[in-house]
Design a protein. Structure first.
Length: 172
């Protein structure tokens, strides 16, 4: 059953408040988030360009990884699990220089141990700029990665500082 509209709005508010430094640096904001679909946007500017004036491929890969990870987490968290990426296959379809990139993630499979999410990144003209597929591993409570237990605390990964409301670095 699809998530209620208010649940998606609440999730978007929580996700945008808990964005990490990287998401803030590229200007990524979530506009829709549920266990059925995640949508995010990134405004394109010179800080995201590679030397030829095109959006750097890593930006597309980051949008794809982020949207898929959020979707997988929204499935895993109610089960008491966390989700981490195993594989990100990103294909670049069309170059973008300006405007806005919109990523939309949809689940392919939402299993108990692994999930696969497919993501399309489009320019604000609606044309596909990149596609990707991310395979996620669902971890049981207490699982460790790189010597630390993987856990969320108040919408942030354990050990990650809370966002400073006075920090306006995401504002023009």
């Amino acid at each position: 059953m699809p998530d209620a509209p208010n649940a998606s709005i609440d999730a978007v508010t929580m996700l945008n408040a808990a964005r990490g430094g990287f998401e803030i640096a590229i200007g990524l904001v979530f506009t829709k988030a549920s266990s059925d679909e995640v949508v995010c946007e990134v405004p394109v500017g010179p800080h995201l360009h590679q030397p030829y004036g095109l959006v750097h491929g890593g930006v597309y890969a980051a949008i794809i990884e982020t949207a898929a990870s959020v979707g997988a987490a929204m499935v895993a968290m109610p089960r008491g699990q966390t989700a981490v990426g195993l594989e990100n296959a990103t294909s670049f379809v069309r170059a973008v220089r300006t405007g806005k990139l919109i990523g939309r993630a949809l689940p392919i499979t939402r299993g108990r141990q692994t999930q696969v999410w497919e993501v399309e990144v489009r320019g604000d003209d609606g044309q596909i700029a990149a596609t990707g597929r991310v395979r996620m591993l669902c971890l049981s409570p207490g699982a460790q990665i790189a010597g630390q237990t993987v856990a969320l605390t108040h919408g942030r990964a354990e050990g990650q500082a809370a966002p400073d409301p006075a920090d306006r670095s995401d504002k023009p």
